[in-house]
Design a binder for this molecule. Structure first.
Ligand SMILES: C[S@@+](CC[C@H](N)C(=O)[O-])C[C@H]1O[C@@H](n2cnc3c(N)ncnc32)[C@H](O)[C@@H]1O
Length: 281
């Protein structure tokens, strides 16, 4: 139990339950008692920003205008932690194995489609774009390669689209790649680095709730669904695995996050590497 006595606002059990139900219905995200502190911090910020007096007042607004308030609210409660080349082995697998294979396998169509399905602030799709450049090299201009990057949070999609990162965010990227794919700002922006347009142009950024209808046709050669399923319950995970399966080409790859697994959907995929799953041909 959280002790709310010393806090600026009181989060009653009733309001906490209402907010948890709202997040679950809107985004599929399960918030239990262990997330109470996190929710308290994030919603306190919203209450201050909106100049409200209590959580109860905010809950009343959410009840009255569920649709209008949804984007702002969901943006406030999502966890967007990410980094360039997070879980490096996925990018190594693509560069060393999958992309060379696709260069032969897809030669007739010269088409490759990749989806970063919870892309957060863009580090994941940009790492994919750079890996694509590194693998396809000069052939890339003759191929139709596209990366789709989506997330439920419209703020992170705006950041991703801008493609500008603080120096500290790109420090772990090897020097050669940093020089080729990031342009340093000037004057007061010397600590900012913008992804070069050749890499940005490979990516289309869109807001998309994974629980809603998916407007794209696919099929995809590779889908990244990393570190988002952990926020969902088993039922939602299974529902999404089936949809990912249908969106993949036969032989296509599904990449999950380090603590995620296919659970009961495992028999439908072949496990070809650490959290790397292939839809059988
Ligand atoms: C922890 S980040 C993971 C980012 C990246 N995939 C990675 O592994 O580094 C999780 C992302 O999932 C997004 N998300 C949560 N629920 C979602 C939903 N229902 N539909 C789409 N994106 C969602 C969040 O907004 C957040 O940006």
């Amino acid at each position: 139990m959280t002790n709310n006595r010393d806090k600026a606002y009181q989060l009653s059990s009733q309001d906490f339950k209402f907010v948890c139900d709202y997040v679950y219905d809107a985004a599929g995200i399960v918030l239990g008692e262990s997330k109470r502190e996190m929710l308290y911090r994030r919603l306190s910020r919203v209450i201050r920003e909106r100049d409200l007096s209590s959580f109860t007042e905010y809950c009343q607004i959410l009840r009255k205008h569920p649709e209008r308030e949804q984007t702002y609210f969901i943006n406030a409660v999502t966890t967007n932690l990410t980094s360039f080349y997070r879980e490096k082995h996925h990018f190594e697998y693509l560069q060393n194995y999958e992309f060379p294979k696709l260069l032969t396998q897809n030669l007739a169509s010269k088409r490759v489609r990749i989806w970063s399905s919870a892309s957060s602030t863009g580090e994941e799709p940009y790492s994919l774009a750079i890996t694509t450049y590194e693998a396809f090299k000069s052939l890339l201009s003759q191929w139709d390669v596209k990366i789709l990057a989506t997330d439920i949070d419209s703020n992170v999609i705006a950041t991703a689209k801008a493609g500008v990162y603080d120096k500290t965010r790109i420090e772990g990227i090897p020097g050669q790649i940093r020089k080729r794919f990031f342009q340093q700002g000037t004057g007061n922006n010397r600590d900012k680095f913008k992804v070069v347009s050749s890499a940005r142009d490979l990516i289309t950024f869109k807001t998309l709730n994974l629980l809603h209808e998916w407007p794209m046709k696919g099929p995809f050669d590779v889908i990244f669904c990393r570190n988002v399923l952990i926020y969902f319950d088993k039922e939602t995970q299974l529902y999404l695995f089936e949809r990912y399966y249908n969106m993949l080409k036969p032989g296509g790859l599904l990449m999950l996050g380090h603590s995620e697994s296919l659970g009961a959907f495992q028999p439908y995929f072949e496990n070809v590497g650490r959290t790397i799953f292939r839809k059988p041909v």
